[in-house]
Design a protein around this ligand. Structure first.
Ligand SMILES: [Zn+2]
Ligand SMILES: [Zn+2]
Length: 310
């Protein structure tokens, strides 16, 4: 078969092993190792729909469980107890195993199906999966935009599923653990998985629909970073080197831990902005500030009423 990579056309015999495909592709000038591996993978698979589906399924499994393992070890290491946000609440092995089974069920029975529609959708709206990849600057600005858009999506829909029946039917499952741990990040009802998952997967698709400028590799990096953010936010640990100490708008674990602890407030995923400006911060300090503001407002209104009556 003949494959075209940028301005290079290259002949690759079919039914080759991955290694021999790579040996041919590695001679294409101007590609870095990641781009060569990416191109070799798509040529070797010889079925783009299956290649993308498998890639995203494996990426999700490896990145999710790979990121949870260090948190499991930290939970079992007494040294780290001083950094635990709720030091008296550790998940038991039984709880972690129940959670893992439920998350795996969701991955196989809820997410594995729509994943096969991903490649045709990407092709239709012009998501590129060719090599070379876009520049680091392009990936950086697009992923930054996705973080802010996903955060807004997450804030409003997460806040929405805290209301009445929505909470009881959909979101209650995720709140089973008042002291969260990494594996609990995706422990949720299938409707919640699809609804909040749209913020991660759907937003790049909508972005590409309007801009016609997005690469599949950028989506892979974005999904990986978003998974890390969600798992770390559920880790239950706050370190002196946690990102929000340096990037003050970053939410981090203490922000989401408060949400699980108090059940209300702190609805955003990655940043503290929505909760700060819309006065939905969780926790005792935020509650006291809110009560103080409400009290001042009520006193002012009462004063205005008294002077109007005079
Ligand atoms: Zn919630
Ligand atoms: Zn949560």
């Amino acid at each position: 078969m003949s494959q075209v990579f940028g301005s290079n056309s290259i002949d690759i015999p079919s039914k080759e092993s991955f290694w021999s495909v790579y040996q041919t592709i590695k001679n294409i000038p101007g590609l870095n190792i990641m781009e060569k591996l990416w191109a070799s993978y798509y040529v070797y698979m010889d079925n783009d729909l299956f290649a993308t589906g498998l890639l995203f399924f494996l990426l999700h499994e490896i990145m999710y469980f790979g990121r949870c393992i260090p948190w499991y070890i930290i939970d079992r290491t007494p040294y780290f107890k001083k950094y635990k946000i709720q030091p008296n609440h550790y998940p038991s092995d039984k709880e972690q195993w129940e959670c893992t089974k439920s998350v795996l069920k969701s991955h196989f029975f809820v997410e594995a199906f729509p994943i096969w529609f991903f490649h045709p959708i990407c092709e239709k709206i012009g998501v590129s999966y060719d090599v070379p990849f876009p520049s680091l600057l392009t990936m950086f600005y697009q992923i930054t935009i996705f973080f802010f858009l996903e955060d807004a999506w997450h804030y409003w829909f997460h806040r929405g599923i805290h209301y009445g029946s929505f909470y009881r039917i959909i979101h209650k499952q995720h709140h089973r653990y008042a002291a969260p741990f990494g594996l609990a990040a995706e422990y949720a009802h299938p409707i919640e998985v699809m609804l909040l998952g749209f913020g991660t997967v759907g937003i790049p698709i909508v972005w590409c629909y309007f801009t016609r400028n997005l690469h599949l590799f950028t989506i892979c990096v974005w999904i990986t970073l978003r998974l890390f953010q969600a798992i770390d936010a559920h880790s239950g640990y706050e370190f002196p080197i946690s990102l929000h100490h340096f990037l003050f708008i970053w939410a981090g674990a203490d922000h989401h831990d408060e949400h699980h602890h108090h059940f209300i407030g702190n609805y955003a995923s990655s940043f503290r902005l929505w909760d700060y400006f819309l006065d939905t911060e969780a926790g005792d300090t935020a509650k006291q500030t809110r009560e103080k503001i409400n009290k001042t407002k009520a006193e002012k209104t009462a004063k205005v009423q008294v002077s109007a009556e005079k």
